[in-house]
Design a binder for this molecule. Structure first.
Ligand SMILES: NC(=O)c1ccc[n+]([C@@H]2O[C@H](COP(=O)([O-])OP(=O)(O)OC[C@H]3O[C@@H](n4cnc5c(N)ncnc54)[C@H](OP(=O)(O)O)[C@@H]3O)[C@@H](O)[C@H]2O)c1
Length: 277
């Protein structure tokens, strides 16, 4: 990562998680500048990670060859537009993690010739266990792609997708996905409590099962059906539960949920369009 001169704009939850991940992965503090408008967020960054941030975004991007845009989607336009001349002059690459902000809008704010890449991370990035979908337009050069991947790998896995539309599906699957697992774990804990376990015991069993199942799946060859078969003996307890779920249309329900999230993501992105502040 020695070739990266990084600026992070927005040192909120995600910005801080990325900076922490990068420092743990060997990036030197001198390689990182940060623009952050909020005094409290600048103080937290300095206290937790020993990195000073400035309120002056133009000063923060001056030396960068890569800018990570980590402000809220509605702030993306107002943050990028004043920096356009500088970004164009030095052809500084911009990696946006702002959910639903399209390449076309980013490009219009940054101006011609500025390489723009989108990333869709998820919440577990905050504990270094995220997964990020990345998309770059076809004319993006290999060094920009490599820098973007290196940055996002500091907080978990990365997956490239071939079209920008596919990022909406990434958003619906892994972006919103932690909430689906939390919902399942919550329902399991409630079922356990209803069947007589102390609620706190049921909650702990549910969370530990979520964690352990995730580790098993992560450490496997990725064949989820086989993993499920391995814990589902013929005529046993797991089979009774899985049969109940599948007969009630569990798979179809999940498919509908992910489809609804994809559709909603597209609606929100269309509403924001290029009109963000
Ligand atoms: N958190 C997640 O799980 C997650 C997952 C996927 C993608 N994302 C994306 O990541 C981005 C950041 O999310 P987050 O949760 O980290 O948000 P956040 O905690 O609100 O952080 C954004 C930070 O940027 C600051 N900011 C606002 N305007 C600025 C400006 N002009 N210059 C510099 N800094 C400015 C904000 O200050 P104010 O509070 O004063 O506005 C805030 O401290 C969002 O676009 C979101 O869509 C987040």
């Amino acid at each position: 990562m020695s070739h990266i001169e990084l600026t992070v704009l927005g040192a909120g939850n995600m910005g801080r998680a990325l900076i922490g991940g990068l420092l743990r992965h060997g990036m030197r503090p001198e390689q990182i500048s940060v623009g952050e408008s909020q005094e409290a967020a600048r103080a937290t960054l300095s206290r937790e990670l020993g990195i000073a941030a400035t309120v002056d975004n133009a000063a923060a991007v001056r030396k960068a060859n890569l800018v990570v845009l980590a402000v809220k989607p509605q702030d993306a336009g107002s943050v990028l537009r004043p920096l356009a001349a500088d970004l164009q002059q030095r052809r500084t690459a911009v990696l946006s993690i702002a959910a639903g902000v399209r390449i076309q809008a980013l490009q219009s704010w940054c101006g011609a010739g500025v390489p723009v890449i989108r990333a869709m991370p998820n919440r577990p990035a905050l504990v270094g266990a995220g997964v990020t979908g990345l998309f770059a337009p076809a004319d993006t050069d290999a060094s920009c792609r490599a820098m973007a991947a290196q940055i996002m790998q500091s907080v978990g896995e990365v997956v490239w997708v071939a079209t920008e539309e596919a990022l909406d599906v990434v958003t619906a699957l892994s972006g919103s996905g932690p909430a689906y697992f939390f919902l399942l774990a919550e329902a399991m804990a409630m079922a356990g409590a209803d069947l007589g376990l102390p609620p706190e015991t049921a909650r702990r069993l549910s969370i530990a099962t979520l964690h352990g199942a995730g580790l098993l799946a992560q450490g496997s060859d990725g064949d989820l059906s086989r993993l499920r078969a391995e814990v589902t003996s013929k005529g046993g307890t797991t089979e009774a539960a899985v049969c109940t779920l599948q007969t009630a249309g569990f798979n179809e329900l999940i498919a509908r949920a992910v489809e609804a999230a994809t559709r909603r993501g597209r609606e929100l992105a269309d509403q924001a369009g290029g009109t963000s502040r």
